[in-house]
Write a protein that binds this ligand. Structure first.
Ligand code: BT5
Length: 258
């Protein structure tokens, strides 16, 4: 592995040609007491999405996991997932791809494939360009380590990705400089992580979920209604027939307006 300082400051960037999962490598570094490291791999063979789902990560993407030890309560950790989504959306916009955020952790290029057309959950409400997997360990009142895993389909053909996914190459018709893209992504993430109060306002501006009809699958059931806001530390506020409810975690689909 190569280590580089300076690129994407304030993190030291550790490069690998191939890894099982950059999140697993970052967690191993956490166990060794490290912090402020971004682990990057050209290719991942065992990368994960949420709920142990598979994440497809061939050579050509931007696969990175950022290990930090922010001095916040564990309950605030979801904010960092939102910060990553903002950083991804901004880095994509800078290379000419109009990315928006679907709560909580998908970065999409909006399309017309809403859930009512059925099919694979990938990309409902748009074509999925990137995903985020946040893992952490906390003590009672403080995060001990936080790993924010970011996968951006950069220089990949859509045919090599799951149905409903897209890539920067497919959207802009050309490759990006992955080194530069990574540097911008890390810088933007660091900026937001440093100023947690700026995260939610920035997230709201880039979100396509707010104002939409949604269906959210949560551990305790399905919530259907209109998404009206996001509240700290990242809960989706949904206006249902029974009134307002806050959803802390789940899979969200955008629905066609009835
Ligand atoms: C996510 O999960 O979207 C989080 C993905 C995080 C991946 C990064 S890469 C660096 C780091 N190291 C890791 O091991 N993981 C992180 P979720 O919301 O559960 O979505 C997963 C679903 O997205 C899968 O079930 C597929 O349907 C779909 N999918 C898989 N690979 C994809 C890809 N490359 N692009 C778009 N969709 C994909």
């Amino acid at each position: 592995a190569g280590i580089e300082f300076g690129l994407g400051a304030p993190y030291a960037v550790e490069y690998h040609d191939g890894l099982s999962s950059t999140n697993d490598r970052a967690r191993a570094l956490a166990a060794e007491g490290e912090t402020d490291v971004a682990v990057v791999a050209d290719e991942q063979t065992g990368s994960r999405g949420r709920l142990e789902r598979e994440w497809v990560a061939p050579s050509g993407g931007v696969w990175v996991s950022i290990l930090t030890r922010p001095s916040v309560a564990p309950a605030r950790a979801p904010l960092f997932t939102l910060a990553a989504a903002v950083a991804i959306a901004d880095a994509c916009r800078e290379v000419g791809v109009d990315a928006t955020i679907k709560w909580p952790n998908d970065v999409l290029v909006e399309g017309s494939d809403e859930a009512s057309e059925g099919g694979d959950p990938v990309g409902r409400g748009g074509r999925k360009l990137a995903g985020i997997l946040t893992e952490m360990e906390g003590e009672a009142d403080r995060v001990s380590w936080l790993v924010v895993g970011i996968g951006v389909n950069a220089n990949l053909d859509a045919e090599t990705l799951p149905a409903g996914a897209t890539s920067l190459r497919a959207e802009r018709g050309g490759d990006v400089d992955r080194r530069r893209f990574l540097a911008r992504l890390l810088e933007r993430y660091a900026e937001l992580a440093d100023d947690p109060d700026a995260i939610l306002p920035a997230w709201r501006e880039r979100a396509s979920t707010i104002g939409r009809r949604v269906r959210v699958e949560t551990a305790s059931g399905t919530v259907t209604g209109r998404a009206v806001d996001v509240e700290p530390p990242g809960a989706l506020v949904v206006e249902t027939e029974e009134g307002r409810t806050r959803v802390h975690a789940g899979d969200c689909e955008h629905l066609r307006d009835a």
